[in-house]
Design a protein around this ligand. Structure first.
Ligand code: DHB
Ligand code: FE
Length: 435
């Protein structure tokens, strides 16, 4: 199903969606720069020079120099952002809005005093709407979720790789657990990975604590977590698929935060290193998906599991033939704080892995208290695994899931390392695909 963008048919109206937001990204960010008196002053001193310092298209600069707000909106500008530019020029909202109507300022004011523009003659042309609905083009293909990878994301694992210590006796057993995985990942390379992880106070500090963040940007650099950025490539996103997922999930009542710019920390880069090894660039696109597990309240296992199910529906409604993996990272048992630091619970971890495979629905009802008590305060990261598990097609009976690999080892730093690979086989998989 293509996205329903019927809102484009409302006459004289531009809805600011992900498509417009991408088109107008720098234009809107330029407007934000006018929120200091100093920048407003230098803009007014030489508009052209100020605009030339921003990566704007000529059409966008022209729109502003010509005071043409319709053109600025067509070019991706949003009125609340453009209002900062208008305010800089001394314009009120009424002057800005009126300037887009083809009316004189006085006529527009008079119209508003007289009760405003009438809805009559300003509705969607329903013949056009119906034609648009019947003209849904046949899709070129469908994206499919091909598998899920679950793994701990301990920073010390990344450091061991970056400092060439993987053959040391302490580390060898950890990396041996990923030998099969690297081969499997090479043979089953997806086009895109939706990588569920938690940012560890690297991009999101206490000024903003969003629960679920979907990365809708084109690229994400590696975070400097205090030791200098890891010497690994930044990641390339997939803004189009991410925008589709955002649109679909938000319409499905999952209220996501969208991030066009952010850095990615060990939660995301360590799993990539484990699965791809030491590479010049990551061999596929990655859409980061951050879950808050730092400050309570954090989302429940049940919410994460449902989100995973909605995520698969979103991916599978994308009409390009992409192979998509969903990864869940963090855990297993670990506690990084207080007198109970160092807690490991092998029995609970292994029961978690058993249930993740065989009874994810039941596992999703386990309350936070049990994670904290049994798996340590930072063991709560494991709720994120339920997102990736929810994205497998056995959950709603539309396919089956196959366990390809399972690994468990203690310790890596303060943590038990857990790892699982599930292949997803939707019913009606293309003939010739591996069964
Ligand atoms: C460790 C594990 C983590 O998952 C993390 O985010 C930070 C540290 C550790 O075991 O050292
Ligand atoms: Fe972590």
């Amino acid at each position: 199903m293509a996205l329903d963008k019927s809102y484009k048919l409302v006459p004289g109206t531009t809805i600011f969606d992900a498509e417009q937001s991408a088109k107008g990204y720098h234009l809107n960010q330029f407007c934000m720069s006018l929120m200091t008196a100093e920048n407003r002053e230098s803009y007014l001193a030489d508009e052209r020079a100020y605009l030339d310092a921003w990566p704007l298209r000529e059409e966008q600069k022209r729109a502003l120099l010509d005071r043409d707000l319709n053109a600025a909106i067509r070019e991706g500008g949003n009125i609340y952002f453009l209002a900062k530019w208008g305010a800089t020029l001394g314009l009120s909202f009424q002057q800005m809005a009126g300037s887009m109507t083809g009316m004189t300022e006085q006529d527009y004011r008079d119209m508003m005093v007289g009760g405003g523009r009438s809805i009559a003659g300003n509705r969607i042309d329903h013949a056009v709407l119906e034609a648009a609905h019947t003209d849904r083009r046949a899709p070129k293909g469908r994206a499919t979720v091909t598998g899920a990878v679950f793994t701990s994301h301990v920073p010390a694992i990344g450091a061991a790789m970056d400092h060439h210590k993987t053959d040391e006796p302490y580390w060898r057993p950890v990396f041996e657990g990923y030998e099969f995985s690297k081969r499997w990942e090479r043979e089953n390379l997806p086009d895109v990975i939706v990588l569920v992880y938690n940012d560890h106070a690297s991009t999101f500090d206490l000024s903003l604590v969003p629960t679920f963040v979907l990365g809708t940007g084109a690229a994400y650099p590696t975070a400097d977590e205090g030791y200098g950025p890891r010497p690994v490539p930044g990641i390339e996103g997939d803004p189009e698929l991410a925008a589709h997922i955002a649109h679909t999930l938000i319409q499905d009542d999952f209220d996501l935060t969208l991030a066009n710019e952010m850095t990615v920390d060990h939660g995301l880069t360590v799993p990539l290193s484990l699965m791809f090894g030491d590479v010049e660039r990551w061999p596929c696109k990655v859409i980061p998906f951050h879950v808050n597990v730092v400050q309570y309240p954090v989302p429940s296992g049940a919410r994460c599991f449902k989100l995973g199910q909605a995520l698969r529906r979103a991916i599978e409604s994308y009409d390009r033939p992409l192979k998509v993996q969903v990864w869940g990272t963090g855990g297993m048992s670990h506690q990084l704080q207080g007198p109970r630091a160092g807690l490991i619970n092998r029995e609970w971890d292994n029961a978690f892995l058993d249930r993740l495979v065989a009874d994810p629905e039941g596992l999703s009802r386990v309350p936070h208290l049990e994670y904290v008590e049994e798996a340590g305060s930072e063991g709560i990261e494991l709720v994120m695994w339920l997102i990736a598990r929810g994205a497998m097609s056995d959950v709603d009976g539309s396919g089956r899931t196959e366990v390809k690999h399972r690994f468990y080892h203690v310790p890596a730093s303060n943590t038990a390392v857990g790892h699982l690979i599930l292949e997803n086989h939707p019913r009606g998989e293309t003939p010739g695909a591996k069964e």
